[in-house]
Design a protein around this ligand. Structure first.
Ligand code: PGA
Length: 242
């Protein structure tokens, strides 16, 4: 079931997402968060950092699992999602390093890395999963065609996704890794609550597919139609095809 909120601009969208986050942080003693990377959640993370500094909201009892990580670049690479999360959130709040989990893409045994990541989540349920959406309808790095019941797996990135992400790699698609390790759609669907954030006209088709399109692996985000607690926060451009 979707609750759709449409705001005027990115800052308002980010603040609205922060309100959903705050509700989870204040209502649970040991909140478990599913976190995302990309441009979209940066504003949400800025709100979390500001609130931590101003209000003292603590993350000492928070556990986090990130959605995905590139394969083919080390964790120390400036564009790894491990680095992204530390620079944009973890280094600015009081979360203990042992509480954060980012899939390990820097490994000789990526199959084991996938199994280990699922195992690390055993006994925990994500209270709030933060999601962006790709212009091709992906969530995490689950590209079109990914089975709805998939668990953490390796994914070849589509040309579209690599093109979209080239802006982080000096605009050079050849520098963008060709595959990634990602939570599966089945993994994501286990979350108790999900907040999807999308802004900009280039997300309008994917947003339409997620909310109003048919349930099809051609639009991986359409699986969210089967979840019973999804808040979707959009700006006017992302909502323009609804
Ligand atoms: P973006 O990516 O936030 O950088 O647009 C979204 C996604 O690919 O999930």
């Amino acid at each position: 079931m979707f609750k759709i909120i449409i705001k005027d601009n990115y800052d308002e969208v980010s603040f609205e997402a922060f309100k959903v986050m705050q509700e989870t942080l204040t209502s649970k003693t040991n909140p478990v968060l599913g976190l995302a990377t990309g441009s979209t959640p940066v504003g949400l993370y800025k709100n979390m950092i500001q609130d931590h500094k101003a209000q003292g909201t603590s993350y000492k009892n928070v556990l986090t699992w990130n959605l995905d990580e590139y394969i083919g670049i080390p964790r120390s690479h400036e564009q790894s999602y491990y680095t992204f999360m530390h620079e944009n959130l973890f280094d600015h709040i009081d979360i203990p390093e042992e509480n954060v989990h980012v899939p390990l893409g820097e490994t000789d045994d990526v199959a084991k890395s996938c199994v280990d990541y699922e195992k690390s989540m055993e006994g925990h349920t994500v209270d709030l999963q933060v999601l962006g959406i790709g212009s091709d309808g992906h969530i995490a790095f689950n590209e079109p065609g990914t089975p709805f019941d998939s668990l953490t797996h390796v994914m070849d990135l589509t040309e579209q996704t690599r093109q979209d992400n080239a802006r982080f790699f000096d605009g050079d698609i050849d520098q963008v890794p060709t595959c990634a390790i990602t939570m599966g759609l089945g993994t994501i669907m286990r979350s108790k609550k999900i907040v999807v954030i999308a802004t900009g006209a280039n997300k309008a088709d994917a947003v339409h597919g997620m909310l109003k399109g048919e349930l099809t692996t051609d639009c991986p985000a359409s699986i969210l139609q089967k979840h019973d607690d999804v808040v979707v926060i959009l700006d006017k451009e992302a909502a323009s095809k609804l």
